[in-house]
Write a protein that binds this ligand. Structure first.
Ligand code: NA7
Length: 541
């Protein structure tokens, strides 16, 4: 219940009821902590509550897109290899039924502000609903995509049709049949909306600024035999997540290997073909490891992708726009998406692509989108698939004040530094899971929720067993962590794309690598090193 005047005294307040938050609640409760979740939405699921736009679907295959606890996976099956948003929601309800999580979740409880009281060593937290809490620890599970980004395009308010952001989609859904639809953005979301709406729209206009180097999903409908096969060796697969760069049950070691440079170009093409046949993220995460550092390997991977995609598009002009001869940025350093029919939709008469590099949007008008060539693209529905203030947006949306009264928003306006992707100096007892400078956006979500989540629980347990109540990263440790990330990013091709990985998707946001890019094994190793030396880099009291 979240009503004005309700107050909770807690050991741990968790903010957010997606994978990370639910895992914290499940584990901390078992360990005997008094813990609750404050959740802004009326239901479970985090991003999967808000993102119910047509075609919303997960880019990780089902067995790896769930919790690893046997009590959960043994009785659960998705009916498609890559589950849709509504099935993922169903999964969350199934988890809730098994673990009885909801009774410790306050829904419709959006946290507005939180401040640390040094005297009591507690966080005082206020929600917009009037619900308050005081907690020893605040564990932030706000996810990486909880603050939608609406670009400041002139005239947006003038549009006479229906204007929607994909992450604020009406829960009751809307009928897009026979509508003239415009989609701005071709990230993971834009690709999904476009391929889902093209078959039903009267007309679809896709406004593309940067082409997506999307890969074939190779979706499968699963019968009983296929479902049973996916459960084989699941515990081993879950264990393997800690040993792969992005928390999957495979990576480059299982497919391509370290470097393409030791092979002939024919051999490299053979490897690419093999990866392509597998589909999903395999041609990305299973590709040669030096794809991120070697311009030559990267270009070969891009050319292979480009030629495969072009085979599916009939118009040479569209081939060049969707899969250009010269790469707009290196392959794989901007989030790659999975698609099912994305390239074929552009062969339909009712689908147009507007290349915003050639003809940028001048303004939105009553009837539609006016581009600089003087053309008005008339629309009934304009869909902003323009993404999020990724990784930090959900945190900086809350007015969080630490020991010196400075807000997290102000502190991070000059750039993020968060030791082990978990704490930032000046904000004791506030820990981030799946957040800034953690593997987060470069990792499978449920994997990080558990692996990173376990480290946080271990830290809290360490405090408890040693009779301590306060943990804070040192400014020096924050700095070292940020430098480690910056140095690594500088050695790779990541900086050559305007991606949300580099915080480059939000105008004015400090450009920096916002995730931990060195992979999960190294990340866990850094935790192990810190723990072995009594939580080096943290001030414990
Ligand atoms: P993304 O990946 O940030 O994509 C946003 C898209 O919107 C991208 O194509 C942008 O073009 C485009 N965009 C943003 N602002 C504008 C303006 N002003 N004009 C035209 N186009 C614009 O968000 P998604 O929701 O697709 O995915 C986010 C993550 O969620 C995804 O990576 C998964 O991890 C799940 P750009 O590429 O910047 O040129």
């Amino acid at each position: 219940m979240s009503t004005p005047g309700t107050h909770d005294e807690l050991d741990v307040l968790v903010i957010g009821a997606g994978f990370s938050g639910l895992y914290q609640l499940y584990r901390l409760r078992k360990l005997g902590y008094s813990v609750k979740i404050f959740e802004a939405a009326p239901d479970l699921g985090g991003v999967w509550y808000w993102n119910c736009y047509p075609g919303a679907r997960c880019d990780t295959y089902g067995p790896l897109y769930q919790f690893s606890m046997e009590e959960l996976w043994q009785d659960w099956d998705f009916d498609e290899l890559y589950p849709s948003w509504d099935k993922i929601r169903e999964y969350f309800h199934y988890v809730d039924g098994k673990l009885e999580l909801s009774k410790h979740i306050c829904f419709n409880t959006r946290v507005s502000d939180a401040s640390f009281n040094e005297d009591t060593c507690r966080w005082n937290v206020n929600a917009e609903s009037g619900h308050t809490a005081s907690a020893k620890f605040m564990v932030m599970c706000t996810g990486i995509g909880s603050k939608p980004y609406r670009p400041d395009i002139p005239g947006l308010a003038d549009f006479k049709g229906r204007l929607l952001h994909t992450a604020q989609w009406p829960q009751e859904g809307i009928d897009l049949g026979d509508q003239r639809i415009g989609v701005i953005g071709t990230g993971a979301t834009g690709v999904q909306v476009a391929q889902e709406t093209a078959p039903i729209a009267a007309h679809l206009t896709v406004f593309q600024r940067t082409p997506n180097m999307a890969l074939p999903m190779r979706q499968q409908q699963l019968d009983d035999a296929a479902k049973a096969a996916l459960k084989e060796n699941l515990p081993e697969k879950y264990a393997k997540r800690a040993r792969t760069l992005a928390g999957y049950d495979f990576d480059y070691q299982d497919y391509a290997g370290e470097s393409a440079e030791i092979y002939s170009s024919e051999q490299v093409q053979e490897v690419f073909e093999k990866l392509w046949t597998e589909g999903g993220f395999v041609p990305w995460l299973g590709n040669f490891a030096d794809m991120y550092t070697s311009e030559k390997t990267n270009r070969a991977a891009y050319d292979f992708w480009r030629d495969k995609v072009r085979e599916r598009i009939t118009d040479p002009c569209l081939q060049e726009k969707l899969a250009p001869t010269e790469p707009p940025h290196p392959y794989g350093v901007k989030r790659i998406s999975l698609e099912q029919s994305y390239y074929e939709i552009f062969n339909q008469d009712n689908v147009d692509l507007v290349d915003l590099k050639e003809t940028p949007i001048e303004r939105i008008t009553g009837p539609g989108v006016l581009t600089t060539d003087g053309q008005t693209h008339e629309l009934d529905v304009l869909i902003l698939a323009t993404g999020f203030d990724m990784v930090t947006g959900g945190l900086t949306a809350i007015d969080i004040r630490g020991t010196d009264g400075v807000s997290l928003r102000e502190k991070w306006s000059a750039g993020v530094s968060a030791y082990l992707g978990t704490m930032t100096h000046g904000f004791p007892n506030m820990l981030f899971v799946y957040g800034p400078q953690a593997p987060a956006g470069l990792s499978n979500g449920p994997s990080s929720s558990e692996l990173h989540g376990d480290e946080i629980i271990e830290a809290l347990e360490h405090l408890r067993t040693h009779g301590m109540s306060r943990i804070e990263s040192t400014a020096e440790a924050d700095r070292r962590w940020r430098d480690r990330i910056d140095d690594y990013a500088a050695e790779t091709l990541f900086g050559q794309a305007n991606s949300w990985y580099m915080s480059a998707n939000i105008p004015g946001k400090k450009a920096q690598m916002i995730n931990y890019p060195i992979g999960i094994p190294d990340y866990l190793e850094q935790w192990a090193i810190a723990k072995a030396s009594g939580f080096d880099g943290f001030d414990l009291r």
